[in-house]
Write a protein that binds this ligand. Structure first.
Ligand SMILES: NC(=O)c1ccc[n+]([C@@H]2O[C@H](COP(=O)([O-])OP(=O)(O)OC[C@H]3O[C@@H](n4cnc5c(N)ncnc54)[C@H](OP(=O)(O)O)[C@@H]3O)[C@@H](O)[C@H]2O)c1
Length: 248
């Protein structure tokens, strides 16, 4: 159960973020459902109903992060859960570029959301969790574990999130702040499944032992469980949720 908990979910207007917000509210939490565009957040929060509160947040902007966290501190005085779900959109031009051809700017654009954005909002939220403890759950990807032949900027940024998670777990464990990171396989969302050709979809489905795409609801369940007291004595873990692609 997540009754009485306050959670921030970044990039929560669609896909995995939206399903996670829905699951958290279902389990009794209050969710600050964040988007770069307030109207989008309001629409998504409206779909969920009471318990979901729309907020504007751009994790690439230090000012936006500062303003957002100051507001949370003023209004609520603390925070229990941060879900780092926001990610740079799938961009074919960057994804299919060979590593040696990726420009500084392309590397920076991806890193500024997936890596630095995640770091920025995590740093800002930690002081809000200092008094009563909390959980920071971030979303990485299987290439960060196993490597991949495409999407180098994404893989590098998502790998950094795994390192950040271990760091937070070790530095803030004594404050009862837990940190987890999910390494996801192919999860069917607007950003992935809906942007692919039928043959790309089939190829992706065949990458794992279960021969299918994951569903955002299946990810939301994992995140909600990690945030709950069921995982009170676990921290620093990378949880692979990929239908059996990366087996270690
Ligand atoms: N789906 C998969 O197969 C898969 C696999 C592995 C990992 N992941 C990761 O899981 C997360 C969610 O994926 P998804 O498929 O549900 O993708 P998605 O629909 O693209 O969600 C990502 C969200 O990030 C937000 N965002 C982008 N830039 C932002 C910024 N600067 N500040 C704040 N928010 C920003 C966007 O929200 P707004 O436009 O509303 O601001 C967007 O809704 C991502 O981190 C993704 O990399 C997904």
């Amino acid at each position: 159960m997540l009754s009485g908990r306050l959670a921030v979910i970044t990039g929560a207007t669609g896909g995995i973020g939206l399903e996670t917000a829905r699951k958290f509210v279902e389990r009794g939490a209050t969710v600050l459902l964040c988007s770069r565009k307030l109207v989008r957040a309001e629409k998504a929060a409206g779909e969920i109903g009471s318990g979901a509160i729309a907020e504007q947040l751009d994790i690439t902007s230090s000012d936006s992060v500062r303003r957002f966290v100051a507001k949370v501190s003023r209004k609520y005085g603390g925070l229990d859960v941060l879900v780092n779900n926001a990610g740079y959109p799938f961009d074919r031009k960057i994804w299919y570029k060979e590593f040696h051809r990726v420009s500084d700017d392309e590397m920076r654009r991806v890193a500024n959301v997936d890596f630095m954005g995640t770091v920025r909002i995590s740093q800002a939220c930690i002081p809000l969790m200092m008094k009563r403890g909390g959980a920071i759950i971030s979303i990485s990807s299987t290439p960060a574990i196993a490597g991949h032949t495409e999407g180098a900027p994404y893989t590098l940024a998502k790998s950094a999130i795994i390192a950040m998670t271990k760091h937070i777990a070790l530095e803030y464990g004594r404050k009862n702040i837990r940190a987890f990171v999910l390494a996801l396989g192919n999860i069917a969302t607007e950003a992935t499944f809906n942007s692919m050709t039928p043959s790309e979809r089939e190829k992706a489905a065949n990458e794992n032992a279960m021969k299918r795409w994951g569903n955002p609801k299946e990810i939301a369940n994992v995140i909600a469980n990690l945030a709950s007291d069921d995982f009170a004595f676990a921290t620093g873990n990378t949880i692979i949720v990929d239908g059996g692609t990366v087996l270690r």
